[in-house]
Write a protein that binds this ligand. Structure first.
Ligand code: ZN
Length: 152
């Protein structure tokens, strides 16, 4: 379906739904289109962008969406928001991963080489162990765990 902004000869604007542009053109040609307000048959298509010029309500601009942004972040400075988002991401990470602790390098290899069922895990690795995993092409990411205080 496709929606067109339509204008009748008397200046009424309305929307019409059609299967396609060709469907609309065919109905227009056969004068099957009528204004729902006054029944006028002189219906033509107008670009949506002209809405504001015709005295009708201008379309509301889409609210700017920041991924993951929630109302409680309104009015906070970007740094605080970044911290909140980071904190939430960490929460998610901690909730959705299995903590394998110091076994992390071993478990990560087991999963990567399919010696163990694939699942999201987290744990600790030394700098050296982390680098070895990276060198082997095993997808690992490091997250510094900040103290909980001050992040909410
Ligand atoms: Zn009309």
């Amino acid at each position: 379906m496709i929606v067109f902004d339509l204008l009748c000869g008397a200046g009424h604007r309305f929307e019409g739904w059609y299967n396609s542009a060709a469907d609309f053109a065919s109905q227009q040609e056969r004068r099957l289109l009528n204004c729902p307000s006054c029944g006028d048959g002189q219906v033509r298509r107008v670009p949506s962008a002209t809405r504001a010029n015709l005295g009708a309500e201008p379309p509301k601009p889409a609210p700017k969406r920041v991924p993951g942004k929630t109302p409680d972040m309104e009015g906070k400075d970007p740094f605080a928001i970044a911290q909140m988002l980071y904190s939430r991401m960490l929460d998610e990470l901690l909730t959705n991963t299995e903590d394998v602790g110091r076994d992390f390098p071993t478990k990560a290899r087991d999963i990567f080489y399919e010696r163990a069922p694939g699942r999201p895990i987290r744990g600790q690795a030394t700098d050296e162990e982390h680098q070895e995993l990276v060198d082997e092409g095993i997808p690992v990411a490091r997250f510094p765990l900040p103290p909980k205080e001050g992040l909410n």
